[in-house]
Design a protein. Sequence first.
Length: 352
Amino acid sequence: MTALQQQAEPSSAEPGERARRQLPPLPRLGETGGVVIALVALMVVSSIAQPAFFTWPNLMNIVGANSVAMSLGIGSTFVIIAGGIDLSVVSMTAAAGMGLGLLLSSGAPTIVCVLGALALGAGLGAVNGLLISRLAISFLVVTLGMASIAASLALVVKNGSTVDVFTKPAFGPVHTFATGELGSVPIILVFDVLLILVTASVLRYTRFGRSVFAVGSNAEAARLNGINVKNTTAAVYALAGLAAGIGSVIQVGRLTGASPQIDPSLLNGVLAAVLIGGTSFSGGKGSIWGTVLGVLFLGVVQNIMTLADISSFWRQAVNGLLLILAVGLSAVRWRSLRRRTAEETAAVAEEP
């Protein structure tokens, strides 16, 4: 009787197991679903606590105040997906901004000044990429060194002084780009949307974008499949430098001057935004859209702290805390993904 029961138990459990396998999978929030929910909840709470929050001028102020972080975050997304990290983006922004200020002060045409700033940022980023890809130096060492070099360059050119460009004729278009409006819509918002659409398309639909994911997932496997790993690595750091150049144009346009120093908490915010948006710290996974959500989330946090008149000293602590939480969240997501993949692989192997 016992033997018969033992033989019957697998057969009786088998229909239930098959039924569970045939049930539709539970909906998953994905890498950015949780951020969307958190962002919506934060905005609802903020609008209740601070009625001024959900006004058009304040919302557009959030967009303008975070446009530099948006640009740097997009550039950093390419780097982190490719398996690296760039600690020099903020310092390169300061250096490119000083270059822009000097060009504007020299009386050069606006287009020359802007292209000069973009070229300087991209050039510094390319140096990072070449040292990392060709000489195989650790990206942490290279970008940390470049952060110091670029910060020193920004300070040396004018002995630490800010370059006032407000009265320079070529500054007008730069100022309009950063602070002007088309009707009631800020020009910088239109630019941000175009930048997001272009970079998201490049990352998702082009061969270069697929190469970035492949290199971040497994560089050796990417090499064996014909991808030029060195060129791809160099390119993503050059893109991060170009993003720093774009950020410098926005920064100078908003501040009406080129400052050799930028908010030191900006780097924490940029990295936190990328990781909060679902980009894996270990590479091979992420999206521009996730980074956009991360930047908006942190922007709303900073805005509500401003409206609540919380000391700026605490804001840096909040940025640091959010960075730690973002890295921890990224690690948890990665372990969960690996466990889920292993379970699905085991389930497929068990099927007859």
